[in-house]
Write a protein that binds this ligand. Structure first.
Ligand SMILES: Cc1cc2nc3c(=O)[nH]c(=O)nc-3n(C[C@H](O)[C@H](O)[C@H](O)COP(=O)(O)O)c2cc1C
Length: 284
């Protein structure tokens, strides 16, 4: 087996890196274990050129280290991705990676046999924000099997591999080592999670219907003796399913066609708003 650890933190031997190293250490010695530090990679931000939609192989035209990362992800059987929470969201390293995944959505079958685990470190109680949910997109966009996510309160470097955090990492490693099924992975502090993608980002309406913002699954909030539970609507399909991916790609291609047809009209509209002075730093 081949394991790849992706670390999205500028801190060497910080909480994300230590957590990944701990998981890798728990996996069988004979497995190949490699790591990539996302902050060492040249990852250009998506330029919204939509060239990937036009290309036969759906590849991105930006020439940077994205191909290197994808090549190593494709080689791996198991992928562990770790990022710290920065200002209530996931660190920019993973955000850059996520924004470049548009060409992947159609090629996700190539990643379907891989298992992915996530580690999120945050510094202060109650300040974990949206980092976990932002990271959760990754396994689902790639179509990888989701092994589980651990959100670790880790104020000082090293806190991610102490006490209860250490046990949670070791338990996630057990899932990756296939010594335990993913369903037995500890849930997020008893919080109600989307039954499909495990996200906490749910919209709940007064009529007791709920919808997961991430995977678009919906259902009813059931009230039982043990409290509230989320019942999934058996008719709804999550947005990462093969059927909905194909429909999504069709919609994108239609939008591209509309853009080509209406390009002149759009240009006229934009030109009407083109006046105005941009402020720029001196010398640029
Ligand atoms: C710029 C910046 C923003 C941060 N924002 C948050 C935050 O919103 N919530 C939080 O709990 N911790 C925040 N932290 C703390 C880190 O998430 C925490 O220390 C984490 O364990 C660092 O992981 P690392 O060592 O892998 O970088 C922030 C740290 C930095 C440098």
């Amino acid at each position: 087996m081949k394991v790849l650890g992706l670390v999205s933190s500028p801190r060497r031997l910080g909480n994300s890196e230590l957590a990944v190293r701990e998981i890798l250490r728990c996996l069988p010695d004979e497995w190949e274990k490699r790591m990539i530090r996302l902050s060492d990679m040249n990852l250009i931000a998506c330029k919204a050129c939509y060239s990937c939609l036009a290309r036969e192989d759906k590849s991105c035209i930006l020439k940077d280290d994205m191909d290197f990362i994808l090549r190593h992800m494709l080689r791996a059987d198991k992928i562990v991705i770790a990022a710290p929470c920065y200002i209530l969201g996931a660190h920019i390293g993973v955000q850059r990676l996520i924004d470049r995944l548009m060409p992947i959505t159609e090629n996700s079958l190539r990643f379907a046999d891989k298992q992915c685990a996530l580690v999120i470190s945050y510094g202060l109680p109650g300040w974990e924000g949206l980092a976990r949910e932002e990271m959760l997109k990754i396994p689902h966009i790639f179509g990888m099997e989701f092994a589980g996510a651990v959100t670790l309160e880790a104020t000082l470097p090293g806190d991610s591999i102490r006490g209860r955090n250490l046990r949670r990492l070791q338990s996630l490693a057990e899932v990756l080592a296939e010594r335990r099924p993913a369903e037995t992975q500890e849930s997020e502090e008893g919080v109600l999670l989307c039954p499909y993608c495990r996200s906490r980002l749910l919209t709940i309406k007064p009529d007791r219907t709920w919808r997961c913002v991430l995977c678009d699954v919906n259902g009813l909030v059931a009230v039982g003796e043990e409290g509230l539970a989320l019942e999934k609507n058996p008719l709804c399909e999550n947005r990462f399913s093969a059927e909905r991916r194909i429909a999504h790609e069709r919609r994108l291609q239609e939008a591209k066609q509309q853009f080509i047809e209406r390009r002149a009209e759009i240009k006229l509209l934009q030109e009407d708003y083109a006046d105005g002075d941009w402020l720029r730093p001196p010398g640029t």
